[in-house]
Design a protein around this ligand. Structure first.
Ligand code: FAD
Length: 448
C-alpha cells in the first residue's frame, strides 16, 4: 500500500483552492489532514481571545467540510515540529504538504521541519496559497522587496497568476488515535468582544458572495464611507485562509472590482516586505530617529476610547466591541497616537493585535509604520486631522453616535467636536490634547 501524505494546515483553513491540500490528496495513498496548535503561539500571553476563537470556529468548519468528503481533521498540540514528526511516525508517511508563510516564526519552524524531514526521512513540499502572488516572485532591480506600492502594484497586475486548483471531491483517509475535533472544546474562549464575527470557510464564502452582489460595483466610493460600513469585512477570513485571496480577486474582477483588487494587493505588498525584512514587525522599516513620548495615562485613555475626540473614541470602542475597526478609522486613531500624542507605534500595534480578529503581523505592523511615518509612505509627515476626517467621512455622525452613546443626542455638525458646555452636559471628556498645538510640536521637531 502507498504511504500516506500529510497536509499540515496552518493559516490556509479551507478546502477550496488550497494547493497544498489538493496536492496531498492527488498523490497515491491516503491523506492525513493535520493541524497543530503551536505552543509558541498558544502559550504566548496575552493571546488574542478574539482571534483564537475565530481560529477554533474555522477548524470546526474545516473538519465538517473534510467529513463530507470522507476525512477528518487531526488536531495536536505542543512543539510544532515534534508533533508533526510524531504523526509522520504513527502513519509511516513519507511526504508532507504545507502552504508557504512569511513571518519569522512561520519561516523558522518550516526550516526546522524540513531539517527534521532530512534527518528522519520525510519530504516537505511547500505550496503557494497564503498570498496571491508569492513574495520573492516580483523583485525590483536590486533583487529584494518593492519599497513603494505603485510600482509593485503595476508588476503584480501584469504578472500571470496561478490557476485556482480543484476542490477534492473525495479523500482516501486513515484514522488515528486521539486528536479528534472534540478536543477543541477545551480551547473555546471567554472574554470575547460581544459582536465578534464567526470564523470558517462556510461563513467566509457566504459573506463573500453576499457582499460582492451588494457592494463591489460601488466599492471605490463606498470604502471610505465610515458610517455606511460598506467594506467587505473579509480580512479575518483572508488572514486565516478561510478564503483564497486568488479566488476573491478573480470573483471581484468578474464584477469590475479593480479598486477592491488593488486593496488585496496591499496585503501582498506587505507580505513581501515582511518576507525580506522580518525585523520590520518590531523595528522601524525606515529609521526616522523619532524620540517617542512616554505617557501611560494618555495611552490608557486612547485604548479605552476616552480621548475627547469623538471619531477616535468611536474607533477605539468599536475595536473593543467587535474586534474590528473600519480602515479609515484605523488610520485616524493610529495617526492620533503617533502624531498627536507622539507615542510609539509599537504599543498601538500591540493593542490592535490583542483585539483585532484580522490581526496580522504583516498588515498590522506595516500599516502602523505607514501611518507613523517609519514605513513605506513616501510622505512620512502625513497628518490625519481627526475632526476634519470625521466631518468628511462620518458626515452625519452616525458612526460616532453608534459607538459613543453619550453623544447620541447631539445634533448636526457639533457631533464632530462638541463644545465644552455640551461635553459637560453629557459627561463626555474634554480633548486630551490640542490637535493644532500637538502637530505644531511634531512638525517643529521632525518636518522642520
Ligand atoms: C493601523 C492599521 C492597522 C491595520 N491592521 C490590519 C491587520 O492587522 N490585518 C489586516 O488584515 N488589515 C489591517 N489593516 C488594513 C485594513 O484596515 C484592513 O485590511 C481592512 O480594514 C479590513 O476590512 P475589510 O476586509 O472590510 O476591507 P476591504 O476594504 O473590504 O478590503 C478588502 C481586503 O483588502 C485587504 N486590505 C485592505 N486594505 C488593506 C491595507 N491597508 N493593508 C493590507 N491589506 C488591506 C484586506 O485583506 C481586506 O480584507 C490595518 C490598517 C491600519 C491603518
Amino acid at each position: 500500500m502507498d504511504s500516506p501524505n500529510i497536509i499540515v494546515f496552518t493559516r490556509d483553513l479551507r478546502v477550496r483552492d488550497n494547493p497544498a491540500f489538493e496536492a496531498a490528496v492527488s498523490m497515491p495513498g491516503p491523506t492525513v489532514a493535520l493541524f497543530v496548535f503551536d505552543e509558541l503561539i498558544t502559550d504566548k500571553k496575552p493571546t488574542s481571545s478574539n482571534r483564537f476563537q475565530f481560529l477554533i470556529d474555522s477548524l470546526r468548519d474545516l473538519d465538517a467540510s473534510l467529513k463530507k468528503i470522507g476525512s477528518q481533521l487531526i488536531i495536536r498540540q505542543g512543539k510544532w515540529v515534534n508533533e508533526i514528526a510524531k504523526v509522520v511516525d504513527e502513519t509511516q508517511s513519507k511526504q508532507i504538504h504545507i502552504s508557504n508563510d512569511f513571518s519569522l516564526l512561520a519561516k523558522t519552524r518550516l526550516e526546522a521541519l524540513i531539517k527534521k524531514g532530512e534527518s528522519i526521512g520525510f519530504g516537505v513540499t511547500v505550496h503557494s496559497g497564503v498570498s496571491l502572488v508569492e513574495p520573492g516572485l516580483l523583485t525590483p532591480a536590486d533583487g529584494r522587496e518593492y519599497k513603494v506600492f505603485t510600482p509593485y502594484y503595476r508588476r503584480w497586475l501584469e504578472t500571470s497568476w496561478r490557476k485556482p486548483v480543484k476542490t477534492p471531491e473525495s479523500i482516501q483517509s486513515i484514522d488515528l488515535d486521539g486528536g479528534h475535533i472534540e478536543i477543541l472544546e477545551k480551547y473555546d474562549q471567554k472574554n470575547l468582544s460581544p459582536f465578534l464575527l464567526k470564523g470558517g470557510e462556510t461563513e467566509g464564502v457566504s459573506r463573500l458572495n453576499d457582499w460582492m452582489a451588494r457592494e463591489i460595483s460601488d466599492y471605490e466610493k463606498g470604502r471610505d464611507d465610515i458610517e455606511g460600513d460598506r467594506t467587505s469585512r473579509l480580512s479575518p477570513y483572508l488572514h486565516f485562509g478561510c478564503l483564497s485571496p486568488l479566488e476573491v480577486a478573480l470573483q471581484a474582477l468578474e464584477f469590475g472590482g479593480d479598486a477592491f483588487v488593488r486593496q488585496l494587493c496591499w496585503r501582498d505588498f506587505y507580505l513581501q516586505i515582511l518576507h525580506y525584512r522580518p525585523d520590520s514587525s518590531r523595528k522601524d522599516y525606515r529609521d526616522r530617529k523619532y524620540e517617542w513620548n512616554k505617557d501611560p495615562e494618555a495611552f490608557e485613555l486612547w485604548k479605552e476610547g476616552k480621548t475627547g475626540f469623538p471619531i477616535v473614541d468611536a474607533g477605539m470602542r468599536q475595536l473593543l466591541a467587535e474586534g474590528f475597526m473600519h480602515n479609515r478609522v484605523r488610520m485616524i486613531v493610529a495617526s492620533f497616537l503617533t502624531k498627536d500624542l507622539h507615542l510609539d507605534w509599537r504599543i498601538g500595534a500591540e493593542h490592535f493585535m490583542n483585539y483585532l480578529v484580522d490581526g496580522d503581523i504583516a498588515s498590522n505592523q506595516l500599516n502602523w509604520q505607514w501611518v507613523a511615518g517609519t514605513g513605506t509612505d513616501s510622505n512620512p509627515h502625513r497628518i490625519f486631522n481627526p475632526i476634519r476626517q470625521s466631518e468628511r467621512f462620518d458626515t452625519d455622525g452616525k458612526y460616532i453616535r453608534k459607538w459613543v452613546p453619550e453623544l447620541k443626542n447631539i445634533l448636526g455638525n457639533e457631533i464632530h467636536d462638541p463644545d465644552r458646555k455640551l461635553r459637560l452636559e453629557v459627561s463626555y471628556p474634554e480633548a486630551i490634547v490640542d490637535h493644532h498645538e500637538a502637530i505644531a510640536i511634531y512638525k517643529s521637531k521632525y518636518s522642520g
